[in-house]
Write a protein that binds this ligand. Structure first.
Ligand code: ATR
Length: 502
């Protein structure tokens, strides 16, 4: 069986001391570090030779040029001198030397390369394309690898998931020599988490608060990689599930599913897949043997329209939105576990058994709103749908015989008529700082003054209390966020994915 990919922490401190501090912080979660000399202050660069002895962990020596996505701009002669400084005076004790040196395909200084090899420093021969993808990856790997002692590395910026898929497929095919394959940026995250599955021997991570110019690489921090994604347990037999969405900046679903896989010792992993269209994501899932996906903003409705589903469950058909898709032997099938998740969580919160005589405002008219409207109808409530885009509110209202109205202060009177219960389903407020003051941008009903009797349910779970919920609570309303709903819909999803009772 192929061995688990090693985790390399990129060190982007301005001083050696800062880098050593990062190692201390993350040492339990990493196998090696990459000293990014291009991030060091000039006077610190004088002392790189002693770094491996201080770091006491296998270290990659890297001096990345600007054209390859790094910060080094002082020319090749100076870079060569720096490499020489890092590799000179090799110690008999190999732990005091750099374990690897990363040099690009066009860096050709034979005496340095020979010296590195003579003293046991392995060469990572890298090729970066930071603006565009490359194809024929397997061929490229073979051409990069100049000698059998070198580890070829390809890192490129994918334009779409198809590019990521190509890299992953071709990398997985290479079994006869060590290599490193990385798709950069948020699109490329699957190539980092699934490094072992695609036979890539090193995956790179960075500290949580890395410099901003580093963020474009799409690296995650080592604690998230090992704890949330159980990276060290992933092997070639691991079944892969995921969540598709855009921009998918915040999601708690990987934590929920991966914790459950771990608890039950199931060889499965659940990963985020940032995507720009539903069809492309399903193709990606097919190509990479991904067996099931959660579907989130903005694809819950699109996934039905995209024509990629061969079947849908009855509730999915009623709601016209899916939040789960599953690969069956007859093709992809769509499910909606939001409806049950919402009903269970809402009834628990409100203490109601049904919604007879209740007037309910549903804020938003996307897939999640549709699931809530369906649930409200099932519970016999009477709702008005409020949305920025009126046509979408009308569409849902017509499905269930509800009223609809634009979401703005001119229709405050309508909101005041449907305020026994307010169900907030838009993304407004998602991911904002806890305790932010309510304003137009983070509170979809900023123009509404809570009376204190309303029951207010916000599907958002991050932050725990959105500015709207905080306002409602202050006015005396009972409030509930979306975390229980997320858990309940996740339980149904878990059963669909694994075929096991939760
Ligand atoms: P989902 O399927 O997860 O519900 P969606 O279909 O993209 O996601 O729906 C998102 C909802 O949030 C929509 O009601 C959207 O309003 P529009 O239909 O007018 O796009 C709403 N929404 C998103 N951003 C908003 C904003 N800044 N102000 C008001 N509503 C917003």
């Amino acid at each position: 069986m192929a061995s688990t990919a090693k985790i390399a922490l990129c060190l982007t401190g301005r001083t050696i001391e800062e880098d050593l501090e990062l190692i201390k912080q993350y040492k339990d979660y990493i196998d090696m570090v990459e000293l990014r000399v291009d991030y060091l202050d000039d006077d610190e660069k004088l002392f790189i030779r002693k770094f491996p002895s201080l770091a006491k962990i296998p270290t990659i020596l890297t001096i990345r040029r600007h054209c390859d996505g790094g910060k080094f701009c002082d020319g090749e002669a100076n870079r060569t001198t720096l490499f020489a400084r890092g590799l000179a005076y090799a110690d008999q004790d190999s732990r005091k030397n750099f374990t690897y040196v990363d040099i690009e395909t066009d860096f050709d200084v034979p005496c340095l390369q020979d010296a590195a090899l003579a003293f046991g420093t392995k060469i990572i021969r890298s090729f970066h394309s930071i603006e565009s993808p490359i194809d024929e990856i397997e061929k490229k790997f073979r051409s990069i690898r100049k000698t059998g002692f070198e580890i070829p590395k390809i890192a490129f910026k994918p334009k779409n998931l198809q590019d990521v898929s190509n890299l992953m497929k071709e990398s997985a095919r290479i079994k006869d020599y060590e290599h490193i394959a990385i798709a950069l940026g948020p699109l490329g995250l699957p190539s980092r988490i699934l490094a072992t599955k695609i036979n890539s021997c090193i995956t790179y991570v960075s500290a949580k608060n890395s410099p901003e110019d580093f963020a474009f690489l799409g690296q995650i921090d080592p604690i998230t990689l090992t704890q949330t994604y159980n990276f060290r347990q992933i092997n070639e037999d691991t079944s892969v599930f995921g969540i598709m969405g855009y921009p998918l900046k915040f999601t708690n679903s990987p934590k929920f599913h991966n914790e459950n896989f771990k608890k039950r010792k199931m060889n499965c992993v659940y990963i985020p897949i940032r995507c720009e269209n539903a069809e492309e994501t399903v193709q990606f899932a097919d190509a990479n043997n991904i067996k099931g996906l959660s579907v989130t903003l903005p694809f819950k409705k699109d996934i039905l329209k995209s024509g990629v589903l061969n079947f849908i469950s009855e509730t999915t058909g009623e709601v016209q939105a899916a939040n789960t898709i599953l690969k069956t032997c007859e093709g992809w099938k769509g499910f909606n576990t939001d409806v049950n998740g919402f009903i269970k969580s809402f009834l628990e919160f409100s203490g109601y058994r049904n919604l007879f005589f209740k007037k309910i405002a549903i804020i938003g008219a996307g897939g999640a709103a549709n699931a809530c409207a369906y649930a409200v109808k099932k519970l016999r409530g009477n709702a008005c749908i409020f949305n920025r885009t009126l046509s979408k509110a009308r569409e849902i209202a017509n499905l269930y015989g509800f009223r609809y109205a634009p979401l703005n202060a001119d229709y405050l009177y309508a909101l005041e008529k449907y305020n026994d219960i307010i169900i907030q389903t838009t993304s407004v407020g998602f991911g904002c700082e806890q305790d932010s003051e309510s304003n137009k941008k983070n509170d979809p009903i900023f123009f509404y003054e809570f009376k204190g009797f309303e029951k207010v349910f916000d599907l958002i779970y991050l932050p725990e209390k959105t500015p709207m919920l905080a306002r409602a609570e202050k006015a005396g309303c009972s409030i509930c966020n979306g975390s229980n709903m997320l858990e309940y819909q996740g339980i149904d999803q878990f059963e669909l994915f694994t075929g096991e009772k939760y």
